[in-house]
Design a protein. Structure first.
Length: 120
């Protein structure tokens, strides 16, 4: 496949392009949590205790910009913000399931205990 440019960045293959959209430490876990229900910012933060507020805000903005989630702000005090997965985001869920299964299998092969990791 020939190189291509998207948003001023050169990509060498479609896997690299896809991973730039949903890869990294936090994008897949956020999409995974939104797969079945709409969540508020605080709910996401509570469910991902190791993510910083700055990183969570940044990743949510990125996922929204790329069309994987929507953000709805309710005009109340204090502000109520909800995040919902889109059709584009839902298309990533089967891939995330496969990556999760593969990761769990690798953890077992490497002797890592997977009991807690399988739950989330």
């Amino acid at each position: 496949m020939p190189d291509f440019i998207y948003d001023k960045k050169v990509y060498y293959n479609p896997v690299e392009f896809a991973m730039d959209r949903i890869g990294g430490t936090w994008k897949m876990p956020i999409l995974w949590r939104l797969r079945e229900k709409t969540l508020r910012y605080g709910e996401l933060k509570s469910d991902l205790p190791h993510i910083t507020h700055k990183m969570l805000s940044s990743v949510l903005r990125s996922l929204e910009k790329e069309g994987f989630i929507t953000r709805k702000v309710h005009p109340v005090v204090p502000p109520k913000v909800e995040y919902t997965i889109t059709k584009r985001g839902l298309k990533a869920i089967p891939i995330i399931e496969i990556v999760r299964k593969y990761g769990t299998d690798l953890m077992k092969e490497f002797g890592v205990k997977v009991k807690e990791a399988e739950k989330k």
